[in-house]
Ligand binder design. Sequence first.
Ligand SMILES: NC(=O)c1ccc[n+]([C@@H]2O[C@H](COP(=O)([O-])OP(=O)(O)OC[C@H]3O[C@@H](n4cnc5c(N)ncnc54)[C@H](O)[C@@H]3O)[C@@H](O)[C@H]2O)c1
Length: 252
Amino acid sequence: MELNDRVIIVTGAGSGIGAATARLLAARGAKVVVSDIADTGAQTTESIRAAGGEAEFVQGDIGVEAGAQALVAATLDRYGRLDGAFNNAGVEQCAVPLHKLTGEQWDRAVRVDLSGVFYCLKHQITAMLESGGGSIVNTASALGRVAIPNAAEYVAAKHGVVGLTKAAAADYGRQGIRVNAVLPGIVETTMVARISQDPTFAAYFDTLRRRHVMGRFGKPGEIGESVAWLLSDASSFVTGAAISVDGGYLAV
Ligand SMILES: NC(=O)c1ccc[n+]([C@@H]2O[C@H](COP(=O)([O-])OP(=O)(O)OC[C@H]3O[C@@H](n4cnc5c(N)ncnc54)[C@H](O)[C@@H]3O)[C@@H](O)[C@H]2O)c1
């Protein structure tokens, strides 16, 4: 599980799953490049440094190619190589049925949740091909396997992340680059706090909790533990996998 001196990018690291994972990776010895569109990435970076870890904050939008490219370029400028990445930045669903979804709402989810992962993969893999390999983990969702009502754009984007993960694994398996996805169930983050404000979802939340066979939602660090394993050599024969970390949500 050691990640000593590995240079690892974490996107969406200003909050929730990304922030917890960035702290965990740094505690295991990684040099973490904290990426977020919001300035909350500075807080994650400070907390890592305060705990004695190594981190740099690169603020930007990974939902446009130039943002993802600049993130990888800043990483190479600072550390000279890239060993791992956790492509986790994302936005939630707009909580309307499909026929009421606007083109703008659709585009927002697909741009950040799916195209953002593609742009990151493209530039991260280019860097890893130079240095001889690496490990990448993408955040999909249990909704990358199944749907819930009123989330068409999110469900479609997250299903896309699972497919993109397999495609990238197939392209680079022989070049020492592993690509996997984690599929979280509901995890207590500000994203979920925002969604739960919506009356449609609020009414649905008890049903969702019951679908987690453990009878509870997850903690951000519980996703981070799986990500740390996938980024380490302990998972050396795992690629193209979509791993559920969901308290049993997809088991029933
Ligand atoms: N929380 C859950 O229940 C849950 C479940 C399944 C999957 N996920 C996925 O996990 C990931 C993290 O979610 P979270 O719950 O920690 O959410 P969060 O809202 O707490 O954190 C997401 C972070 O991504 C950043 N971000 C958003 N758009 C960005 C962009 N264009 N460029 C760079 N950064 C951007 C935000 O600023 C934020 O800091 C997302 O991909 C989400 O879809 C979350």
